[in-house]
Write a protein that binds this ligand. Structure first.
Ligand SMILES: Cc1cc2nc3c(=O)[nH]c(=O)nc-3n(C[C@H](O)[C@H](O)[C@H](O)COP(=O)(O)OP(=O)(O)OC[C@H]3O[C@@H](n4cnc5c(N)ncnc54)[C@H](O)[C@@H]3O)c2cc1C
Length: 502
């Protein structure tokens, strides 16, 4: 049996699910394969960064994510029985007009997965379970893949294949793309989700001993009655069996016997820090995204978030090209995401080393880059900055939010500019005339009844002086593509053509 589709996605982790949602919302036919018969059950990537929350809002799931998760708790760290640190990794911040979600949000990965699956179903898509991509071959017109579904092999023919199949990616190996970097075999850890008695659910408890390189940490998982436990395995020691008794023994050794009782091991796994990046994120009609393209230390909570951003970057581009846009748009995926992944890898590795070395600031997570709001695409071929001396919000940056008024009620800018399509955001009458002449349906005019900038938050966030004509062409993924204070119809129209089907 042979199935035909537009996009074949291998792997229904967070990256694959976000990509499938992005394609489904744009009506692009796709098949999302998942090797496992059951959804992933572990807490693993539990930290959603502020930029991911904005993406999840655009995907229509933020309310569920907020309702089912919670803020990061403060940390209490004991070193050999003495409290050595008590406080937050990153002090909670107040929301502002331009950054509505300034803090990380904790949701266990299994739950993020189930929310995204639910959303995909609402958008008319589905995961094909127990269906592993086995091999593939590509030609000038598409990719033919062999899939083993419920024990039977079948063929799927697609125009494009995306490997979101995790760190051991079959797609990456099939492409022969090198996974540059290292695996820290000597820094293995057991990770488990447990239920426990005698442990405060409002505090992330960490127990360290000067004699051990990595601490034993028990993080309460927001929205659940479980804790995520990390146990270091000493270098050279055999990996113990993944049992409740082994976790209990290690917690007793670190925290003191009789203090904490683990009552159930819900999920567990062995973890080796991998610090690697694929040399290429695309070979012709095949793309890599998420852990298939880059794997990180969990320090800094970047892996899942970076995969979500990969998928969010690729989805609209695939849709535009499949619906008639220029194929050159697809070249910008690697050009934009590879430098971001390299940067994130550097950040998370630096934090990992601090934890390993027991540095005084090892638990601080206040580097703004970790929130992924300041990561952008300044060097992208899609980025066009025409202003001589832009202040805030350069082309290539994330398009910020703002708060204005419509019909006397408070409104945010994000719902107007996160539509799944490009947006012409116009400040001033001249820019508005150009935008409306080019694409009235895509125009959002600051100062119009739909968004009166009564407190000037949009002007401030976008660095536009009152009364100055400025036009921003925003990409479907919420980044500023073109920024100009001399807006012209011909340039705006030509630029828009680069982003869309035509
Ligand atoms: C201990 C730990 C803590 C972490 N904490 C954080 C954190 O706080 N924040 C954060 O952002 N990240 C964190 N991460 C990283 C995060 O878990 C990963 O980056 C994330 O799961 C990657 O998502 P993905 O969709 O790319 O891949 P995966 O989640 O690995 O999903 C890949 C999917 O592909 C499937 N698959 C594999 N092969 C095939 C095939 N041949 N055919 C079909 N399907 C296939 C797999 O079954 C799997 O479901 C942590 C990781 C660990 C280990």
């Amino acid at each position: 049996m042979r199935t035909e589709t537009e996009v074949l996605i291998a792997g229904a982790g967070p990256a694959g699910l976000v990509l499938a949602c992005e394609l489904a919302r744009r009506g692009v036919a796709h098949v999302l394969l998942e090797r496992d018969a059951e959804p992933f059950a572990g807490s693993r990537g539990k930290g959603l960064q502020p930029r991911s929350l904005e993406v999840l809002e655009d995907l229509g799931v933020l309310e569920r994510v907020l309702a089912l998760g919670g803020p990061y708790p403060p940390i209490r760290m004991e070193v050999d029985g003495e409290v050595a640190f008590s406080g937050y990794m990153d002090e909670p911040r107040e929301a502002t007009a331009d950054v509505p979600y300034p803090n990380g949000w904790m949701v266990p990965q299994w739950r993020t997965g189930s929310i995204l699956r639910e959303r995909l179903a609402e958008l008319g898509g589905a995961v094909v379970p127990d269906a592993a991509l086995v091999s593939f071959a590509q030609d000038g017109a598409g990719v033919t893949a062999v899939v083993r579904e419920a024990g039977e092999e079948r063929e799927i023919r697609a125009k494009y294949l995306v490997g979101t199949d995790g760190g051991r990616s079959t797609v990456r190996k099939g492409l022969g793309v090198t996974f540059l970097g290292e695996t820290r075999e000597e820094e293995r850890m057991l990770i488990g989700d447990v239920r426990a008695r005698g442990l405060d659910h409002d505090v992330w408890s960490i127990f360290q001993s000067k004699a051990r390189p990595f601490p034993v940490a028990l993080c309460p998982l927001a929205g659940t009655d479980t804790f995520q436990v990390f146990l270091p395995v000493p270098p050279g020691a055999p990996i113990p069996e993944l049992s409740l008794a082994v976790f209990q023994e290690a917690v007793d050794a670190a925290a003191g016997a009789g203090r904490i009782e683990l009552t159930e091991l819900v999920w567990s796994s062995v973890f080796r820090p991998n610090i690697r990046m694929a040399e290429r994120f695309r070979v012709d009609r095949v793309f890599l995204a998420g852990d298939a393209a880059h794997v990180h230390s969990p320090a800094g909570g970047q892996g899942l978030n970076t995969g979500v951003q990969d998928a969010y970057n690729l989805g609209w581009k695939l849709a535009a090209v499949l619906q008639g846009g220029d194929t050159g748009l697809l070249d910008t995926y690697e050009a934009e995401r590879l430098p971001v992944a390299a940067n994130v890898l550097g950040l998370s590795t630096a934090l990992h080393e601090k934890v390993r070395e027991g540095a005084a600031d090892a638990l601080r997570r206040d580097d703004p880059e970790l929130q992924q709001l300041v990561l952008g695409y300044p060097g992208s071929p899609l980025t066009v900055e025409r202003r001589a001396a832009p202040a805030e919000a350069h082309a290539g940056d994330r398009a910020p939010d703002a708060i204005g008024k419509a019909d006397g009620a408070s409104v945010r800018l994000f719902p107007l500019i996160h539509t799944g399509s490009p947006v012409l955001l116009a400040f001033g009458g001249g820019a508005r005339r150009v935008a409306e002449a080019v694409a009235p349906a895509l125009t959002v005019a600051v100062g119009s009844p739909a968004f009166e900038d009564v407190d000037g938050t949009a002007h401030t966030a976008y660095g536009v002086a009152e009364g100055r004509d400025t036009l921003f062409v925003l990409r479907p993924d919420g980044y500023i593509g073109l920024a100009t204070d001399t807006p012209e119809e011909a340039e705006t129209s030509a630029y828009l053509t680069r982003l869309t089907a035509h």
